[in-house]
Design a protein around this ligand. Structure first.
Ligand SMILES: Nc1ncnc2c1ncn2[C@@H]1O[C@H](COP(=O)(O)OP(=O)(O)OP(=O)(O)O)[C@@H](O)[C@H]1O
Length: 364
């Protein structure tokens, strides 16, 4: 089913937590909401689940109101599954009995348990284990299987990977995305992890101080954040002073670049934002446009500090290259730095807000 939130607001006493949030998740789609701690993500999920009431606005499934417009459908009648951060499995029940918990009166429960274990890529041999005998990733997949067993129309995932270490996190995320695709259920995930949101969602929504400040396809939001703060929140940036130079062009330390999106709102002074993965650094064939002013190894990569000097104001950026490529460069050598794709313009105040010299970290 499709899920609609319209102008949902919520305060706890005098603390405003959600401010007129509107979201539309099409049937079978995955929406990832990303925001800093305290931005209101869990409250939003709890309102969709029916654990909290919105002060105003509506929550609807396929247009039928669950909350607001005079409706107040209790949580257990919403057909919405909720997977908590730690999975919240019953420690004294086996995997099979955990999964069967909500369907224990259904005659076909054994088959349903087998089906959802299969959907969640859980080995049938795990059915008789207890939660403490599973890895964190397996526990999360059991929690998802338990939610799917109820055949919900929507699944809500509250930071489901946050307790897992990095390797297991990516693996579990892939397994869960595949399970959700197989079941075709509409899903909303909340996370504070930008990479997770970008990798998980068909759509992402960025929430800040209780307001949904931007939403769209992950590539749309990542490539054209509405302001510099969201750009930095979503990933590493290179930000340099710039001047508009005619139709969709800007002049900056890297030369004259195409403007992908102008988010400067007509500000008299602007800066250009690009992602480190857009930078290409090569040996200088004919003098180059930058100088390596420092090098340092950082694990499997090397950091090159580059002074780019195509404009009157030279800027320094830090660029990461694989360690085996670093041998091509040495401090003091001239290099050519090219930019793939265009830049996004913001008001120059975004630069002043940054405490460091414009800096870029990992290359893509
Ligand atoms: N039941 C409640 N009573 C009072 N304040 C609450 C309640 N629930 C949440 N809050 C407050 O509302 C704000 C938003 O909380 P919420 O849990 O929705 O944020 P979050 O984005 O999920 O944060 P985190 O990522 O840290 O879990 C916080 O300031 C929190 O302290």
């Amino acid at each position: 089913m499709s899920l609609q939130l319209t102008d949902v607001s919520k305060s706890f006493g005098r603390l405003g937590v959600l401010d007129a949030v509107s979201i539309d998740v099409p049937r079978g789609a995955r929406l990832a909401i990303v925001g800093a701690s305290g931005s209101g993500k869990s409250t939003l999920l709890r309102i969709i689940a029916g654990f909290e009431r919105p002060d105003s606005g509506t929550v609807a499934l396929d247009g039928r109101a669950l909350a607001g417009r005079g409706a107040d459908v209790p949580a257990h009648r919403r057909g919405i599954g909720y997977v908590a951060q730690d999975g919240a499995l019953f420690p004294h029940l086996t995997v099979a009995r955990n999964i069967a918990f909500g369907i224990r009166r259904r005659p076909d429960r054994a088959r349903r348990v087998r089906d959802v274990m299969d959907i969640a890529s859980l080995d049938p041999a795990l059915a008789d284990r207890y939660p403490h005998q599973l890895s964190g990733g397996q526990q999360q997949r059991v929690a998802l299987a338990r939610a799917l067993a109820l055949e919900p129309s929507v699944i809500l995932l509250d930071e489901p990977f946050s307790a897992l270490d990095t390797g297991l996190r990516a693996h579990t995320r892939t397994a869960m995305v595949e399970a959700l695709d197989r079941s075709g259920v509409t899903t909303v995930l909340v996370t504070h992890d930008q990479e997770e949101a970008l990798a998980f969602g068909h759509q992402i929504g960025v929430i800040a101080d209780g307001r949904l400040v931007q939403s769209g396809r992950p590539s749309e939001v990542f490539d054209a954040p509405v302001d510099a703060e969201i750009a930095e929140f979503l990933g590493d940036v290179v930000m340099v002073p710039a001047e508009a130079a005619g139709e969709a062009l800007a002049m900056c330390a890297f030369g004259c670049l195409q403007v992908r999106h102008d988010r400067s709102g007509g500000a008299p002074r602007v800066c250009a934002m690009l992602r480190p993965s857009q930078l290409r650094v090569d040996d200088a064939a004919d003098g180059g446009n930058a100088t390596v002013v420092g090098m340092r190894s950082a694990g499997s990569t090397a950091e090159l500090r580059l002074r780019i000097g195509a404009s009157q104001i030279p800027v320094e950026v830090t660029h990461r290259v694989p360690l085996h490529e670093a041998a091509r460069f040495s401090t003091g050598s001239a290099v050519t730095v090219d930019v793939d794709g265009g830049v996004v313009l913001y008001p120059e105040t975004a630069l002043r807000r940054r405490t460091l010299v414009p800096e870029a970290t990992p290359a893509g």
